[in-house]
Ligand binder design. Structure first.
Ligand code: UT7
Length: 322
């Protein structure tokens, strides 16, 4: 017994920032960003909080699944950093939807939503939950150095949510870490005024070695696809829909090339949102689910890589039932 997806939702900031907008204050161009990444624009938080987005996407997913807040047995938020260190984003969502279920945040960077699915699967298998709410929410704009053109053009803000219900659906899942604390790194706040702190404050912005991440990403995506298909006993060609992490269209193309999968099976929306870290896959899923793309029994494969360096894939059959 495992889980199926019973509902999806998403919420995005209102502010749209185009590549041309970035070129007004950075030495960059739409041509460079689009040809190197596939990104045209992204959403950026202005007046809204990340809590606002997370709660809205959670409400939309619950409504889609026709599940009330107090019927949820587990709330997991995939995020690198919520609005507050404590309470967690998951507790803020619990408060807003009127739930007393266990609620906690999980940080697996861009792979967060897949890690959350696998944690929920363990709760289902242990008989500890019948319904789980997974919310991914990222305020990437607040982690970036907006003077560093090699990173700030790549990311966007947003939130997506999924309601999972216990039952047949998930076919297999794999998660792993290739530990590396240098290629993507963002220091935490050292604290206000401890008289004992001897470390000082490191620069509060994300550092990334794009070339190294690129090589890892292509390798890890391919490896995870092979592993999850092998576990489920199917060939990559038998997957109906690929939902890859939306970091760079060239990474998606390069990692899937060897499987000779038709482009129409590979879902993308990176041009509109950039890389929203843990949120990318959940917003992608919500958009295509609401368009009626998936039929009962279709095989969906989610695959992602991220800081850590984390990676993973989840394969499931579509059986959406509110
Ligand atoms: O979720 C995980 C997050 N991270 C990723 O997924 C990142 C993975 N890596 C990538 O997507 C790519 O490596 C990048 C898009 C970051 C970079 O693409 P690239 O083709 O590897 O470019 P590059 O780093 O080799 O840079 C080429 C040139 C450099 O100039 P020089 O040294 O050749 O003169 C950069 O300074 O492009 C320059 N450059 C830019 N130019 C215009 C870097 N960023 C920009 C920019 N606009 N925004």
């Amino acid at each position: 017994m495992s889980f199926y997806i019973a509902g999806t939702g998403s919420a995005l900031p209102e502010k749209i920032v185009s590549n041309e907008d970035l070129a007004t204050f950075l030495d960059t161009s739409d041509e460079w960003i689009f040809t190197r990444t596939g990104i045209r624009r992204r959403r950026v938080l202005t007046g809204e909080t990340l809590n606002d987005l997370a709660i809205l996407s959670a409400r939309r997913a619950l409504e889609d699944a026709r599940v009330a807040g107090n019927e949820v047995d587990l709330i997991l938020c995939a995020t690198m950093r919520g609005d507050t260190v404590t309470p967690s984003l998951a507790c803020s969502v619990a408060e807003a939807i009127g739930s007393h279920a266990p609620a906690f945040d999980l940080n697996a960077a861009c792979v967060g939503v897949l890690y959350a699915m696998e944690v929920a699967d363990s709760f289902f298998a242990a008989g500890k939950a019948e319904t789980a709410l997974i919310v991914s929410a990222e305020a990437m704009s607040k982690l970036l150095n907006w003077e560093d053109r090699s990173t700030c053009v790549l990311f966007g803000d947003g939130s997506g949510a999924l309601v999972l219900k216990k039952g047949a659906g998930r076919l297999a899942g794999v998660l792993s870490t290739d530990p590396d604390s240098h290629v993507i790194r963002m220091p935490n706040i050292e604290g206000m005024n401890s008289p004992y702190n001897q470390n000082g404050q490191q620069p509060l912005a994300m550092h990334m070695d794009g070339g190294e991440v690129y090589k890892f990403a292509v390798n890890a995506m391919g490896r995870n696809i092979e592993q999850v298909c092998r576990l489920a006993g199917i060939a990559p060609a038998e997957v109906d829909w690929y939902l890859p992490h939306q970091a760079n269209i060239r990474i998606i193309d390069a990692s899937l090339r060897k499987f000779k999968i038709g482009k129409e099976k590979v879902l993308v929306n990176i041009s509109e949102y950039g890389n929203m870290s843990a949120t990318s896959i959940s917003v992608l899923l919500d958009e295509y689910a609401r368009r009626g793309t998936f039929k009962e029994g279709d095989k969906l494969l989610f695959v992602a890589f991220g800081a850590g360096l984390t990676s993973g894939a989840v394969l499931l059959e579509w059986k959406k039932q509110g």
